[in-house]
Design a protein around this ligand. Sequence first.
Ligand code: DC
Length: 241
Amino acid sequence: MCEASVDGSNPVTDPLLITIDGPAGAGKTTVSRLLAEQLDYRYLDTGALYRSVAYGILINGIDFEDDAALIAHLKEFDLTTHAHKNEFRLLWKDQDITDQIRTPEISMMASVVSAKPAVRNFLLNIQREMGKDKALVCEGRDMGTVIFPQADIKFFLDADPHARACRRYKETSPKAAVTFEDISRDMLQRDQNDRQRVLSPLRPADDAIRIDCTDIDPHAVVVRMMNCIKSKVRERKTSRF
Ligand code: DC
């Protein structure tokens, strides 16, 4: 376990690659942004990448079960990413789609098409390219297991399904006209898809630090993470001598 401290300063001088995996609604986005801000790192939301692919498939009416059609679509997929400390924005054909990809329909489509090898391969290089200079906090489902198995520090964030559904419900705009039951059902369906798929299923890396945030708020999670990071950095410095 990492030692307790309330010091919120950035003690980390060598750039690190930090991964945060976990299921929908566990609070990964809030925590990743806060951590990136505190460390002065960039933030990568890989869920947004899968969502943008789902958006393109829906808008263009692509039959994603047809591998040839899917591959042809991805070849022409004109995606630009902008990673900042507390924001990750996506442009598709020069149009900012960051806010448009947060609908229940796109959430479900992203979960379905993320099981396709063509989609995972297409996004693999984009993610690895962003990680090559480190100083990055990235969140997703397979960051610590598949995309960055050599990451400096890996976290797996989880919370009980009811708490996760409540969080998602609170974040949902009243205009979306969805009930708590809709959100809870979709979330469980996505959990099942994401955990049971053959390629890169959602699971903690063997060396991930697991944090259950059912009863703790994002700021407290970040304090815990910072303490783990500081311990790791100290351990490394000691082992150099
Ligand atoms: O994190 P999110 O809810 O925005 O992700 C949407 C979907 O994208 C999720 O249900 C599964 C997929 N995804 C994935 O397969 N691998 C990732 N690294 C990130 C997301």
